[in-house]
Design a protein around this ligand. Structure first.
Ligand code: MGD
Ligand code: MGD
Ligand code: SF4
Ligand code: MO
Length: 691
């Protein structure tokens, strides 16, 4: 018997990007555990990825190319050979590529976060074709844009510093579910005496464990941050020296914040004046005492109309109180901007002969149904889906399904499992999992470059995405040398060694060690040096003004709320949010039996008062609906949901739900104030007993 241990990295869309050790016995992966030496992983994997072997060896894996034999959506397929699959695809794509390449659309997101199996060979392929570009907005673009206007880039407090903070504000995040290794640091901080505050409309697993929980109305975070600024300024809790040296626009900010009295803030946010005061004072006084005050803002705040502005306002706070002076102070939204990934070398945008149109992945529902026009260009005639499950995860799902059901649309899906999206494919190509392919990773919660070595041979006839696009390029007759580069050759280009942060990057060394920290200062903005146009933290942003936005922190109401749309709220009085369930990763893992068993079935948390007025008892089936659609699930009557709020933890596979639907039946395709991103948590609904 031969036993080896292989160094791997978790591929999932999770800020923690864990370092993994895979035990392989006679070619079979028998154990998957966290690397005890990797500082943020610390030997711990979440429940989901501890089951990665169960997922990889699942009898449900797609192992052979398939051709659809039933109707679109029905999910009936027959096995075909790779040659036949590739020839069929090339035959459909070639004439389009010659005549109207923009009729071809890639649809991909972060099924894997790998730099190779994500966007490398695939982007080269679509760039060479001249296909429509995809605006990858579905997750983080609103917040990233608001943060960029203010701070300059997605750079923030190092996860490894948080245990030294004296106050930690967890703002619109549920790290116990979605950022476990950060939560481990928070626990350590708590043991050392730190206070924890959660700002979340829902009493999440995390909010439950904090000292203070502010359950504001969804989409009102921008107002809460303005109210905090008001109190900080009025009570002289700001760091005038930091403000003078390293920020821009304080005088205007002061005027703006003056409008946000604690009374007005409390009213808009649906909380008490005391809560506003206590939050601002705890934050300001911690910083004033020379202690580190840290904010972990997460993407939960930015899935509403004013999501970009909300993150921007929150990102102003650390500069106002000088929290950046400490390595353990400041704020983290994402650390991805610290990584000098060499996307140009991997993706080769120079292969584009001219700049094609861009289609926003958030509005895929409408865009698949759009006819050709001068403004839009050709209708979409072929979609190649990889690393994504649009049928389950995109908003306004009935439109998405109608789009993918089009008989004249040619759909190819590269997948590991028969997801809701696979059911609509004409051709299905089996993809390898992280145990079967090579990859290089950055992270968005820590600062380590990561390597993933293949632990086992590909199962069945599955192939890595890179290899599939190499083969497709060959079939299309693309003879550019970049289409024969191997995965190791790609990985060797993953990071830019001309950037001081990654100058020590060497793929051979990285793949042996598994991980390597970037060269980054401990406290990135202790002395200013913000990567903004002014080099300062921009309370006033000329770039925002140029982009037609309010240049100062502002509050933008939800598209749908009792305050902004009272008529709609009369019909649909409950605000619905659908944040991640702990045992799933977006829609990944929903088909893993043991994890689905833990989640039970799709549920909706509803406040006892809201349940009582509708005659709904705990455990009964309910129907959630609005003008866009409806879905059914089981009611969980609980005070975790504040009055007026319902919470459906997500993202369920539609076909595994009783009525074949999920929460995205009722979400809308409307976009955020900036970043062209989705507004999943800006949704009014009504709930009734299901018959
Ligand atoms: N287990 C697990 N982990 C995951 C994921 C998963 O699906 N499952 N998904 C991954 C991905 S892709 C992402 S983007 C991250 C997402 O993880 P987070 O960034 O943590 O964001 P969300 O999960 O969308 O929401 C987190 C919290 O925000 C709250 N929230 C909703 N609306 C508002 C609001 O208007 N204001 C405030 N203050 N809070 C609000 C929700 O109630 C929820 O408790 O997690 C990643 N990690
Ligand atoms: N209602 C509601 N909707 C949401 C959200 C929400 O909070 N509420 N969250 C949104 C957010 S934050 C995000 S990031 C998106 C996530 O949306 P997606 O990125 O589409 O995420 P998943 O649903 O996990 O689908 C990823 C798919 O990629 C596949 N995959 C994994 N690795 C590979 C590989 O190497 N090759 C190939 N070919 N396939 C692979 C997996 O099997 C999986 O089916 O969903 C969004 N949708
Ligand atoms: S999903 Fe997140 S917490 Fe779980 S193993 Fe992967 S990186 Fe770590
Ligand atoms: Mo996401």
């Amino acid at each position: 018997m031969t036993t080896t241990q292989v160094r791997a990295a978790c591929p999932h869309d999770c800020p923690d990007t864990c370092a993994i050790l895979v035990t392989v016995e006679n070619g079979i992966a028998t154990e998957i555990k966290g690397d005890p030496d990797h500082p943020t992983t610390a030997g711990v994997l979440c429940t989901k990825v501890s089951r990665y072997a169960e997922r990889t060896y699942s009898p449900d894996r797609l192992l052979y190319p398939l051709r659809r034999v039933g109707a679109k959506g029905e999910g009936k397929f027959e096995r075909i050979s790779w040659d036949e699959a590739l020839d069929t695809i090339a035959a459909r794509l070639k004439p389009l590529a010659e005549e109207r390449p923009e009729a071809i659309l890639p649809y991909s997101y972060c099924g894997t976060m790998g730099l190779l199996q994500g966007e490398s060979m695939s982007s080269r392929f679509f760039n060479r074709v001249g296909a429509s570009l995809l605006d990858r907005t579905i997750c983080a673009m609103a917040g990233a844009t608001g943060y960029k206007y203010t701070i300059g880039a997605s750079i923030g407090t190092d996860m490894e510093q948080f245990q030294n903070a004296k106050l930690i504000v967890i703002w619109g995040g549920n790290p116990i579910a979605s950022n476990l290794h950060f939560w481990m640091r928070v626990q350590e901080a708590k043991r050392r005496g730190a206070r924890l505050i959660a700002i979340d409309p829902y009493r999440s697993l995390t909010a439950e464990k904090c000292h203070m929980h502010i359950a504001l109305l969804p989409g009102t975070d921008a107002a809460l941050a303005l109210g905090m600024m008001h109190v900080l300024i009025a009570e002289n809790l700001i760091d005038q020296d930091y403000v003078d040296q390293y920020t821009l626009g304080y005088a205007q900010l002061k005027e703006r914040a003056a409008e946000w009295t604690p009374q007005r803030t409390a009213e808009v946010c649906g909380i008490t004046v005391d809560e506003v005061l206590e939050l601002a004072r705890l934050y300001g006084q911690t910083a004033k005492a020379g202690e580190p005050a840290a904010i972990r803002v997460n993407y939960g705040v930015q899935r509403v109309r004013g999501g970009g502005m909300a993150v921007r306002n929150i990102a102003c706070l650390p500069a106002l109180v000088g929290a950046w002076r400490h390595a353990a102070g400041g704020i983290q939204l994402s650390t991805s901007g610290s990584f000098p990934a060499n996307r140009a070398a991997l993706q080769r945008p120079d292969l584009l002969k001219k700049l094609p149109r861009t289609i926003n992945m958030t509005t895929i529902g409408d865009d698949l149904l759009r006819p050709a026009s001068a403004a839009f260009g050709p209708k979409v005639e072929a979609v190649i889906v990889y690393n994504a499950n649009p049928l389950a995860i995109a908003p306004d799902s009935s439109k998405v399904a109608a789009g993918f059901a089009r008989d004249d649309l040619f759909t190819v899906v590269l997948e590991q499992f028969q997801t809701d999206s696979v059911d609509y494919a004409d051709i299905v190509l089996p993809a390898t999992t992280q145990l079967e392919h090579t990859d290089a990773h950055l992270a968005y919660g820590h600062l380590y470059m990561m390597a993933n070595n293949p632990a086992i041979a590909p199962l069945g006839e599955a192939k890595p995405n890179t290899e599939i696009f190499r083969l497709l390029a060959q079939r299309m007759g693309f003879d550019d040398p970049c289409f024969v580069e191997t995965d190791d050759e790609l990985a060797a280009k993953a990071f830019r060694t001309d950037d001081v942060r990654a100058m020590h990057f060497d793929w051979e060394a990285l793949r042996r060690k598994g991980w390597q920290k970037l060269n980054m200062p401990e406290a990135p903005f202790a002395c200013g040096n913000f990567p903004t146009p002014s080099g300062k933290c921009e309370f006033f942003s000329a770039s925002m003004e140029a982009d037609g936005l309010d240049p100062l922190p502002a509050y933008i109401e939800n598209y749908e709320s009792a305050a902004s749309t009272p008529d709609l709220a009369a019909k649909y009085p409950l605000a619905m949010i659908s944040p991640p369930a702990r045992n799933f990763l977006n829609s990944t893992f929903v088909n893993v039996q043991s994890l689905r068993a833990t989640e039970g079935e799709p549920q909706l948390d509803i406040h006892p008062d809201d349940a009582a007025t509708r005659g709904i008892n705990h455990g009964e089936m309910v129907r959630i609906f609005n003008d866009r659609g409806s879905f059914v699930c089981k009611a969980r009557v609980t005070e975790k949901a504040r009055r007026g709020l319902v919470v459906g933890l997500s993202i369920w596979w539609k076909k595994l739900a009783r009525d074949g639907k999920n929460a995205n039946e009722v979400t809308s395709q409307r976009l955020t104030d900036m970043g062209r991103a989705p507004t999943f948590y800006d949704t009014l609904v009504q709930v009734e007993k299901a018959l």
